[in-house]
Design a protein around this ligand. Structure first.
Ligand code: PHE
Length: 343
């Protein structure tokens, strides 16, 4: 009987004396005293051989043992993983460094930058504005007074009870800000994130990106708009690209049009991308409504202008044949890595 106690006390002394110096030794200590087949288990097993009146005493000794092993292990682990030897070693300063895993540019950013570059070549500068907008800049100044049905075109995230503050539904709000604060001629594009209360699907999201554009000067005509769009389409999608305009409606342009490009996949003969029509839609445009100019204190008798707006996601999906818009928001590097060469 005494033997059993002696054995347990010897293990306790061993635990207290143990001085694992390296991470390996610490791990060996853990396996020996705390692992799934640790020596304490054998000692516990010996309890059955003891008479009833000494079982309690032995049980307490077992608890002490276990606590001692745990305390020692924790202490050593926290003070540097037992690796005291390694700590004093001088690292090899001449060794080559570890290369860090690099991310890659998001396809939306790649296409946005390309659009900025294309428009910069014909004199467009970049203008930016707030994503939290007021009603005036997003709607009213753009010819969409309160209760006007055109507001339903863009389901809005309002962020104040009185519907004064909202998340901008388009970057046309930046056009208003620029027209209010700068004198014509104005020639700028407005890239940025916009928000619409839409059900998320492969083709729609509640947040996406636009590049809108604005050109205001004396004698700006629809022909100028067409030429700028033609130039953009060819630069973005290839020299053979054709464009066409379809009549449309926007509260802030008159006349308004929807712009299509000839399908750059099939060249117009019909394929899945253009749904066998030969054309794909890439954005809206039109001549800035004189009322909008007036709202922004620009004299419509002297100045005219055009505006256009395109979704960056849509252009990216077309250009790289990505069929689900939600992929852009998942940030899966396996997708993002595929665009490294497009930079
Ligand atoms: N603001 C419009 C939209 O978000 C796009 C557009 C801009 C249309 C400028 C015409 C002129 O849908």
């Amino acid at each position: 009987m005494q033997e059993i106690f002696d054995k347990a006390n010897a293990v306790l002394a061993a635990i207290n004396d143990a001085k694992p110096a390296t991470a390996e030794e610490l791990e060996a200590f853990r396996i020996q005293y705390l692992g799934s087949k640790n020596v304490l288990k054998d000692l516990f097993g010996a309890m059955a051989q003891l008479p009833g009146d000494r079982k309690k005493e032995y049980g307490q000794l077992m608890n002490t043992l276990k606590a001692a092993a745990e305390a020692k292990y924790e202490e050593l682990k926290n003070s540097g993983g037992g690796d005291r030897k390694a700590k004093t070693e001088i690292p090899d300063l001449s060794a080559p460094g570890y290369s860090l895993p690099l991310g890659s540019r998001h396809p939306i950013s790649i296409v946005k930058n390309k659009m900025i570059e294309i428009f910069a070549r014909i004199g467009f500068t970049v203008a930016e504005g707030p994503e939290v907008e007021d009603d005036w800049h997003n709607f009213t100044a753009l010819g969409t007074p309160k209760d006007h049905p055109a507001r339903d075109m863009q389901d809005t995230f309002y962020i104040s009870e009185d519907k004064h503050w909202l998340l901008r539904t388009h970057t046309s709000s930046v056009q208003v800000r620029m027209m209010e604060t700068q004198k014509p001629p104005l020639r700028m594009i407005m890239p940025g994130r916009v928000y619409r209360n839409e059900t998320i699907s492969a083709r729609a999201h509640c947040t996406f990106h636009q590049v809108e554009g604005l050109y205001i000067d004396e004698n700006v005509s629809f022909a100028d708009l067409k030429q700028a769009m033609y130039y953009f389409a060819q630069e973005m999608f290839g020299r053979d690209t054709q464009i066409r305009f379809r009549p449309s409606f926007f509260p802030f342009t008159e006349p308004s049009a929807e712009m299509d490009i000839s399908c750059f996949i099939c060249g117009g003969t019909g394929c899945a991308v253009c749904k066998h029509s030969g054309w794909v839609e890439i954005g809206g445009c039109g001549m800035v409504d004189p009322h909008v100019l007036e709202n922004c204190k620009i004299d419509p008798a002297k100045y005219s202008g055009y505006a256009f707006g395109m979704g960056i996601e849509r252009i990216t999906m077309l250009k790289y044949q990505i069929n689900d818009l939600r992929l852009f928001f998942e940030n899966d590097v396996r997708l993002l890595k595929q665009f490294e060469s497009a930079l």
